[in-house]
Design a protein around this ligand. Structure first.
Ligand code: ZN
Ligand code: ZN
Length: 138
């Protein structure tokens, strides 16, 4: 865990995270791939997050359990925020200097299309496994 700061491409939004987990996750779901054009590489940032320039942050209600935030000026994807816990997952690319980055989990592994595949050895969860997890959480 380490403290890290970042900003969007245009600099309107600045983010400081007290504890970034360098064990990042990958989501292969259709929403993430449509949102970013590719699977979503995310670091878990918990709730101890300071965001400056919130007037430039647009939230999109992307599912029953989470919102997605982006900068209204430059379009940089800023976070995936869980509604119930208030925890943030943020794109790993926002934190290039983070030490110890390691792919630890692949979500929606059964929704990964055939045109790419990672050689990293990670844990995986399928759509059904995730839905049953969130069903018990909601
Ligand atoms: Zn921006
Ligand atoms: Zn996803």
């Amino acid at each position: 865990m380490s403290k890290s700061a970042t900003s969007c491409l245009c600099g309107s939004v600045k983010i400081t995270v007290e504890n970034v987990n360098p064990q990042f996750t990958v989501c292969h779901c259709e929403s993430c791939r449509a949102w970013g054009g590719a699977p979503f590489f995310a670091v878990q940032c918990g709730t101890d997050v300071k965001i400056e320039g919130t007037e430039k942050v647009k939230m999109y209600n992307s599912s029953d359990w989470a919102d997605r935030g982006f900068c209204t000026d430059c379009g940089t994807h800023l976070f995936f925020k869980f509604k119930k816990s208030g925890e943030y997952n943020m794109p790993v690319g926002l934190f290039p200097d983070l030490k110890g980055l390691e792919m630890s989990m692949q979500y929606f592994s059964d929704q990964r299309p055939d045109y790419y595949c990672f050689s990293n050895e990670t844990k995986e969860l399928t759509r059904d496994e995730i839905i049953s997890y969130f069903a018990s959480e909601l």
